[in-house]
Design a protein around this ligand. Structure first.
Ligand code: HEM
Length: 510
């Protein structure tokens, strides 16, 4: 079975000549299949399973434990810093005053909002592919493509599978329905886990019903864990052969096998128009059946991109949700504001639903209230951003912040850290940054800027809003006592955050 699958995938070699223009059908991008087809590099090792221990490998295991201990310690420390942001906040606030663009050997840290935005918008001068590739071993994905024209073509292909007019409604319905049923099931207990009981089930359902990747082995829990493990290796790469590394490889193989089975059973011959009822996966499969498709757009592209969406789109939203709720609970006035907006939004939606005949467009008041609640969510997330750091490589010498007193020459080969966390505490862009207040929505850095801005923002925005909305309706909502009431993590991905509320009927607290 595995051999057949290996035979079907083939190892892709994608040439990316620098500074070349790529047309939609550019044959230079045509994947070449090797004579000895196999899983893509990173998946192949994992699929093959552990090799039998040799004498050398046993010796290495015996004497390699100090190195493994140090690597495990480094991994734990990096995850801690990436999740509990007090240390990064402190360092960035000092640097912003002392040296806003700090270059230290081969690493540069940029701490002013304006300069961070400049780096993110200069696609050709600050590359992402080389930095992110080790975290995406299943094959090429949007984030590993540094060739501007090709990135644009591949992004357009992915975006062409989205039907905004209907998809937003589909996503909202799924998110609201899952939240409603989960809360209903737990209403008598007066306690729920924001991660395991709400955010994970919502994302697993969105992947199954909207994106088109059903739960691995039919298990929602297995799929939620796969999302955690795949997102985990992008955010903080674990040491080779560590438990986190092995979990991520197992799940990568699981997702790859499942997508191959799906691709084998989908009808790809001929083109039928894409329809709102299809998933992103089946819309892409239909596009693949078109005779005029670009040469690079093959079945393996669909497999790599769907795996990429599982990795970039599952645990990211779950982490964003956990951090938002954590920060709303941290600030009484913020939670009250969210609860007030949710009450008004519920009333406005009810009023619009009662109107006869029903309005064709979304009610203006409903849109206004949704935007206000989104602003409240972005502001909460500013204090604990989903992605506190972004990174780039500088392929050739260039200047940042040209024309300002802080301008610096960035040498070729510098790794540049561009932290949304630093940008959103820069008082020039976010006046009085320690206060929770309303700010222009376009000033937030949560979803990046420029050609690499987040593809899945439309999904994240709706899920964040619906989960916060469901929670804000609960009477007496607050954090659970002790460590259960704090966000806990597996690697960099959240694993739980427990809240309590007035249990139905009894009003008793657990
Ligand atoms: C709260 C949730 C999310 C946050 C905060 C977030 C944030 C981001 C950020 C900051 C970037 C830019 C990365 C960079 O410039 O290096 C990005 C890119 C990306 N995101 Fe998201 N994201 C979220 C959810 C999602 C979801 C739900 C999906 C898809 C299902 C997704 C898919 C992507 C993809 C494909 C890219 C790469 C875009 C490109 O290179 O053109 N994200 N995201």
């Amino acid at each position: 079975m595995l051999d057949q699958q290996n035979h079907r995938i083939g190892l892709l070699e994608r040439a990316q000549p620098a500074n070349a223009d790529a047309g939609e059908n550019d044959i230079r991008r045509q994947p070449t299949r090797t004579d000895a087809p196999e899983f893509p590099a990173g998946v192949a090792d994992a699929a093959a399973g552990p090799a039998g221990p040799t004498f050398d490998s046993r010796l290495a295991r015996l004497f390699g434990w100090p190195r493994r201990l140090i690597e495990a310690g480094k991994y734990r420390f990096t995850c801690y810093v990436f999740c509990h942001l007090w240390l990064l906040k402190f360092v960035f606030s000092v640097l912003r005053v002392v040296r806003p663009i700090m270059i230290f050997g081969k690493v540069a840290v940029v701490t002013k909002a304006e300069d961070i935005r400049e780096v993110l918008e200069r696609f050709d001068d600050f590359e992402l592919g080389g930095v992110i590739e080790p975290g995406m071993p299943w094959g090429p994905f949007l984030m590993t493509v540094d060739w501007r024209e090709q990135h644009k073509c591949e992004r357009q292909m992915l975006e062409s599978a989205v039907c905004p007019a209907t998809d937003l409604h589909t996503i909202r319905t799924i998110a609201a329905e899952v939240c409603r049923s989960r809360i209903e099931a737990l209403a008598d207990t007066g306690q729920l886990d924001v991660v395991a009981d709400l955010a994970e089930p919502v994302m697993v359902r969105i992947f199954a019903d909207y994106i088109g990747v059903p739960p691995l082995d039919g298990s929602e829990q297995r799929m939620a864990h796969a999302m955690r493990h795949l997102a985990g290796i992008i955010m903080v790469n674990p040491p080779i052969d560590s438990p986190a590394w092995r979990d991520s490889r197992d799940d990568m193989v699981g997702v790859t096998r499942q997508l191959l089975d799906q691709l084998a059973t989908q009808h790809t011959a001929g083109v039928t128009p894409i329809t709102p009822r299809q998933t992103l996966f089946s819309r892409l499969v239909r596009r693949h059946g078109a005779s005029n498709r670009p040469a690079w757009f093959d079945e393996d592209w669909i497999r790599c991109y769907l795996t990429g969406l599982v990795a970039t789109g599952g645990a990211t939203v779950i982490r964003g949700t956990a951090h938002t709720v954590d920060q709303l609970l941290e600030r009484g006035n913020a939670l009250e504001r969210a609860q007030q907006l949710v009450r008004l939004l519920d009333q406005a939606e009810q009023h619009a639903a009662d109107t006869s005949p029903p309005p064709k467009e979304e009610d203006e008041e409903v849109t206004k209230l949704r935007d206000a609640l989104r602003l409240c969510i972005y502001e909460a997330l500013r204090f604990r951003p989903m992605l506190p750091l972004l990174v780039r490589d500088c392929p050739r010498q260039t200047v940042i912040a040209k024309g300002t007193p802080r301008a610096r020459l960035m040498p070729a080969g510098t790794h540049v850290i561009v932290p949304p966390l630093a940008a959103m505490f820069d008082a020039e862009a976010f006046p009085n940054p320690s206060a929770f207040s309303e700010r222009p929505i376009e000033s937030y850095f949560h979803f990046g800027f420029g050609p690499r801005r987040c593809f899945g923002k439309y999904i994240a925005d709706i899920v964040l809003l619906e989960v916060v909305r469901a929670l804000a309706r609960l009477p007496g909502l607050e954090r659970a006592r002790g460590s259960a009431g704090q966000v806990s993590y597996e690697g960099p991905a959240p694993s739980s955050l427990t809240v309590i509320f007035d249990a139905r009927d009894s009003g008793a607290r657990p």
